[in-house]
Design a protein around this ligand. Sequence first.
Ligand code: AVJ
Length: 328
Amino acid sequence: MPEFVQIHQSNDAALRAELAAGLLAEPPRAAPKFLYDALGSRLFDAITELAEYYPTRTEAAIFAAHGGAMAQRVPPRAVLIDLGAGNCAKAARLFPVLRPGAYVAVDISVDYLQDAVGELQQRHRQVPMLGLGMDFSARLALPPAAADWLERHDLASAPRCVFYPGSSIGNFNPGESLALLRQAHALCAAGGPGGGILIGVDRVKDKAVLEPAYDDALGVTAAFNRNLLLNVNTLLGSDFAPARWRHVAFYDEAASRIEMHLASDGAQTVRWPGGERHFADGERLHTENSYKWTPGAFETLLREAGFGAATHWTDERGWFSVFWAPAL
Ligand code: AVJ
């Protein structure tokens, strides 16, 4: 069995405080990490199967076409640190190509991660695996228990490859993305030489392609968005009624981002232990941003974060890019 360390459970009070502060803010918001309880992770998996949602399959095609070229950059037997590992499927597909020496899967959705890492361990018994149930959106660093684990497996000075696929970095604004990439750089630089980051980034493109990807005909993305309210109810003890909230998603060209909101259907008051908030008819709760990048702007960001010259691979339509940047 893989080892498993759960970091955020002890931090429930902090999550509750963060949620309450967001609901009381002007305009009200809830961070996108709250989309990913067990059901939310499954709904996201369903989104990736939708015809309209191109990022996952486009990225998969890039990995399939250019995995060999990527393997020439990523050092063999590296510690593969998978950020937002989810069902671990992307890393699993790269195992035969990248041949990692160890696998560290990080995700906020703890139960989901535990099952996924457990299954992957069955298929690769010789690769040491560690699951980390933690929220890295505020700060990305290996907890002491993970450093001990690397030490015990004699991997403290192995090269480290931070793997951040799926354009999840799009949830962060440019300033937050820079901060996260700096922490990722420090994580790589703390390992042996040759490490770096392998990261998938969704690109700026036509609104006519972007908007349906976040507002699909079946309403799966709407269900994913509304499910955040159920997760908030569980975490905070609030009484959100998902049926009374409409899914809203649009592309803001000036900011290069998709915005996702839930709009109140009628006036209503939401209550939780120690607080409440009134929502006017049509008032929105902001649940997610998904930033889109040009390759040039993202290369500059990687440089600013401390990485060396980046290489990137893309698809025929230039919709998505996978970057490799060495830590140096
Ligand atoms: C997991 C953050 C990459 O922004 O495309 C999908 C999440 N939200 N549909 C994205 C998402 C609505 C997704 N990321």
